[in-house]
Every structure is written in structure tokens, then in C-alpha cells.
Write a protein that binds this ligand. Structure first.
Ligand code: C5P
Ligand code: MG
Length: 291
């Protein structure tokens, strides 16, 4: 489709300026004839024709330009340095829908979100951002003032205050975007409605939710197996039970919220890794996300 370019804008301005100049000189001449009570000669009246043509051309071009809004250029400024007002106004997220693609990866603890995301990274070049991994990295960062708070929430299987998680994701997305990356799998997020709304209002709109459905006993078995070597403070029976509860009570409403928008792609994950991945790829292909 034809784009509204700099040159059409310049052409419009030139035509508008010429029409204006000509109109001004004709008005002056008319005034002169009016003040001398003489009728304008035929030649003078005929010279109004080009003025009329220019006027119509200027109007036509202006109307055309109004209907052909240009696609904005990719942000040349660092999105981090956008004015604070922009970020907090909640009118516009930091990234427009055509600048980045975000797919949320949801499912109960142990559903295989991380495993499947890693495969998508390898095959399709997504950037994988796990909210849990980002929180654990922040927790282990000695210079972070949130380390202890995050550790307590994770140990209890509770959802960390959204401001912290959203800020970590924002930083990671901006860093990757500045390196030319635009396709993101945001894994284990949003786990609570406030996280969903904050992210959608402030950062970007998620295109889809890849939702891994898994029976609880399968997830429990996987987590207990993982707990033997993971060293995670929450891969133990007591915390796992709490995480299951939080998932049902707090995270499922997020899945329902996106389901109402027709954005949930369901995958049944009680199968071998490659079989699940086959379903994942089929779902994404159906939506035209992978080739
Ligand atoms: O996704 P993962 O199982 O790694 O998450 C571990 C813990 O990190 C969660 O149980 C929760 O305490 C915290 N978390 C969170 N918000 C998220 C993701 C993880 O509070 N969106
Ligand atoms: Mg994970």
C-alpha cells in the first residue's frame, strides 16, 4: 500500500503555498478594480482558472494525506528514556503491537513451561524470559534491596509484588529490544491479575497465552523429582502444595481473562517432551507465529 511519505507532505505544502500566494495576488487585483469602480478585464477573470485548479489540488492532497497515516519509524531513542509521563499515563504501553511480540507461557508449577520455552528458543529464535528465573537472579544479587523479600515470597510459594516482577521484565525486554530482538516468550507470567494489567498497560500487549494443562499428580511427581537436584527452596512438598493452591486461586483467573479475549492456546502436557512440543508448534503455526 502507498505510504504517506515525506515527499507527499512536501508536495502538499508546495501546492498549498502556491495556491495561497496566487489567491493573495488575485485578491489584491480585485480590490484595486473594486476601488477604481472598474470591471476586471476578461483576461483577468480567466486567470482565476489556474488558481481554482491549484486550490482543488491542495484540498485533494490534504484530504488524501489525512487518510494515509504513516507507520511510525522504529524507536530510535532508548525506550527507557521515554518521558516518565508516558510510562505512567497508562494510555500507551512502552511498546506498540507492531514493535514486539509477546507470548505469555502459563501453566501450573512443573507443567513444563521452561522445557518447552527452551525448545522454542532453539527452533524459532524467541527470547525466553522466565519471571521466576529473573526473580531468583534478583534475589541472588547482593546489591538488590529486594533480595530478602523475594526469597520469603518464593519460599512461601506466594506471588511477589507485581512492581518488582514487572520492572525486571521491562528491563530485560528493553535490553533485548535494543539488541534487535522482538519476539519474547514470557514464562510464568502473568501469575496474578495485577501483574497482567500492569504489564499490558505499561509494557506491551500479549499476543497469546500458551497454556500448559497438566494433572496435579503429574506436576507433583515432576517437581519432587526436580527437587532432588534443583536446590530450589520451593521444590518441596509443603511449598508445592501452596504453589498449587496459588495457581488455582490466583493464576487461573488470568488464564480466564485472556481466554475471554480469545488469546489462549491450550496444550496438554501430560506427554513426552517432543509430543508436547509438536502440539506447541501446531498451535503457533495455526496463528501464523512460526513458519
Ligand atoms: O515460575 P517459577 O516456578 O520459577 O516461579 C517461582 C516463584 O517465583 C513462584 O512460586 C512465585 O513465588 C514467584 N513468581 C512470582 N510471579 C511470577 C512468577 C514467579 O511471584 N510471575
Ligand atoms: Mg520455570
Amino acid at each position: 500500500m502507498f505510504k504517506y511519505t515525506k515527499s507527499t507532505l512536501q508536495l502538499t505544502r508546495t501546492v498549498q503555498r502556491s495556491a495561497l500566494k496566487m489567491a493573495q495576488s488575485r485578491v489584491l487585483q480585485c480590490r484595486m478594480y473594486a476601488s477604481s469602480n472598474k470591471e476586471a478585464p476578461k483576461k483577468q477573470r480567466r486567470s482565476l482558472v489556474p488558481l481554482a485548479i491549484l486550490g482543488i489540488a491542495a484540498l485533494g492532497l490534504t484530504y488524501y494525506n489525512m487518510g494515509h497515516v504513516s507507520k511510525p519509524p522504529r524507536a530510535s531513542v532508548d525506550p527507557v528514556s521515554r518521558p516518565k509521563k508516558d510510562i505512567e499515563s497508562k494510555e500507551q504501553p512502552l511498546f506498540k503491537d507492531n514493535e514486539i511480540s509477546v507470548i505469555y507461557v502459563l501453566g501450573g508449577p512443573g507443567a513444563g513451561k521452561g522445557t518447552q520455552s527452551a525448545k522454542l528458543v532453539k527452533e524459532y529464535g524467541f527470547v525466553h524470559l522466565s519471571a521466576g528465573d529473573l526473580l531468583r537472579a534478583e534475589q541472588n544479587d547482593a546489591s538488590s534491596k529486594y533480595g530478602e523479600l523475594i526469597a520469603n515470597y518464593i519460599k512461601e510459594g506466594r506471588i511477589v509484588p507485581q512492581e518488582i516482577t514487572v520492572a525486571l521484565l521491562r528491563k530485560a525486554i528493553v535490553n533485548n529490544y535494543n539488541q534487535g530482538k522482538t519476539k519474547f516468550l514470557v514464562d510464568g507470567f502473568p501469575r496474578k491479575m495485577d501483574q497482567a494489567l500492569a504489564f499490558e498497560n505499561q509494557i506491551a500487549h500479549g499476543k497469546f497465552v500458551l497454556f500448559f494443562q497438566c494433572p496435579e499428580d503429574v506436576m507433583l511427581h515432576r517437581l519432587l523429582e526436580r527437587g532432588k537436584t534443583s536446590g530450589r527452596s520451593d521444590d518441596n512438598m509443603e511449598t508445592i502444595r501452596k504453589r498449587f493452591h496459588v495457581f488455582e486461586e490466583t493464576s487461573m483467573p488470568v488464564v480466564d481473562y485472556f481466554e475471554k479475549q480469545g488469546k489462549v492456546l491450550k496444550v496438554s502436557c501430560d506427554h513426552p517432551v517432543d509430543v508436547v512440543f509438536g502440539q506447541v508448534v501446531a498451535q503457533l503455526k495455526k496463528e501464523g507465529i512460526t513458519d
